[in-house]
Design a protein around this ligand. Structure first.
Ligand code: ATP
Ligand code: MG
Length: 363
């Protein structure tokens, strides 16, 4: 074990977490936590980033901080192994973002494809809040303040990691080797890179209302699965069905395991056989949806139960977050010391500088 890795990732408290987060990042985080092959692991709730496009709804963001914390604990993140903290409690991140802003151009930010899509989705075209427009810079600060080497996220975060890497290179080029270049860690299963919404839209997203939440009660999950988008051309059972864009099958790609077939659908040896029958015709959507519901319920039930347990003691969850914030702040403060030193703006600790200036004026 190398123990060199510093893992960092986060979520915006704009809603409870959904199964897209789970397959895109959360499930991976818990696996990494259990493997233990890291020096430090940080998971944070990006409340300041959430405010950049929710400035009119601060209460929504405030409420969702605890919801996201409960989702973390429910999925198995363990505060004795992982530092869980809240972004706004680390003021060093603002300072670092401010310095980073000088290293990025407006046109570079305008080229970010994820931000472009998000601006469209939010109807911000004519009036983009400056904070929202620059969030990739603040995200670079989140990553580098903790010297993260490894960032497990969904595919939509690729442009953010590229931006962070560019900032690190530019900073190190100007000020000398100070910051660590991060790498993205994507899920290996392609269906998990960007799980579509239940409406068939490109991405399940809290802001689009097309989610199955980790905390949804069993009957709500069932309802959502039963009304999911499939293949609009598959009208009669005997019609051949299509898999492209059919999110019921994408979800099965993301969640089903061979043992699920033996348990719930013994007529089929595996997912390939189920897909082949669907494409041939003669397999109804309802049967596939019932199977997906069984698979999801099996995965989500223990998460739901653990969430209920943790929600019995909310003050303890805030205490856990407070301890995480204190630990995280000390680490970020250390990095900022190094950054100020590299930038030579640590005027009062820099004896050399004071002597140099004194000499200049004495001449
Ligand atoms: P918002 O709509 O507020 O942006 P979101 O649903 O996109 O919310 P985020 O908090 O922005 O969620 O993302 C948190 C993490 O989950 C990121 O690593 C992101 O890549 C991942 N993620 C979000 N949605 C999906 C998805 N549908 N499939 C795979 N990963 C996802
Ligand atoms: Mg998002």
């Amino acid at each position: 074990m190398s123990k060199e890795k510093v893992i960092l990732t986060g979520d915006r408290p704009t809603g409870r977490l959904h199964i897209g987060h789970y397959v895109g990042s959360l499930r991976n985080r818990v696996a990494l936590q259990e493997e233990g092959d890291y020096k430090q692991m940080y998971v944070f709730i990006a409340d300041a980033q959430a405010l950049t496009d929710n400035m009119e709804h601060p209460e929504k963001v405030r409420q969702n901080v605890i919801e996201v914390a409960l989702d973390y604990l429910a999925c198995g993140l363990d505060p004795s192994k992982v530092t869980i903290f809240i972004q706004s409690q680390i003021p060093e991140l603002c300072e670092l973002s401010f310095y980073f802003m000088d290293l990025v151009t407006v046109s570079r930010l305008q080229r970010n494809p994820t931000v472009k899509t998000e601006i469209q989705m939010r109807g911000f075209e004519s009036s983009i809040p400056v904070g929202f427009f620059t969030y990739p810079i603040s995200q670079a600060a989140d990553i580098t303040a903790f010297r993260a080497t490894t960032v497990p996220v969904g595919e939509d975060q690729k442009p953010m990691l590229e931006q962070a890497t560019e900032i690190v290179r530019r900073f190190n080029h100007i000020y000398g080797e100070t910051l660590v270049e991060p790498s993205i860690l994507l899920p290996t299963n392609v269906a998990c890179l960007r799980l579509p919404g239940t409406d068939g839209k490109a991405k399940m997203s809290k802001s689009l209302g097309n989610c199955i939440y980790l905390s949804d009660p069993a009957d709500e999950v069932r309802q959502k699965v039963m009304s999911m988008y499939t293949d609009p051309e598959h009208i009669h059972v005997q019609d051949p069905g299509h898999l492209e864009g059919n999110c019921v099958f994408t979800y099965l790609d993301a969640f089903s395991k061979p043992e699920h077939f033996a348990r719930y659908l013994p007529d089929y040896p595996d997912l390939e056989a189920l897909k082949a029958h669907y494409q041939r015709g003669g397999l109804g959507d309802m049967k596939v949806k019932r199977f997906l519901n069984d698979v999801l319920q099996e995965e989500l039930e223990p998460i739901r139960n653990r969430r209920k347990e943790y929600s019995r003691d909310i003050p303890a969850v805030y205490d856990m977050l407070r301890a995480g914030c204190e630990k995280a702040r000390a680490v970020a403060a250390q990095t900022l010391d190094d950054v100020r030193k590299a930038m030579r703006i640590n005027y009062f600790d820099d004896r050399e500088l004071i002597a140099e200036q004194a000499k200049r004026f004495a001449e």
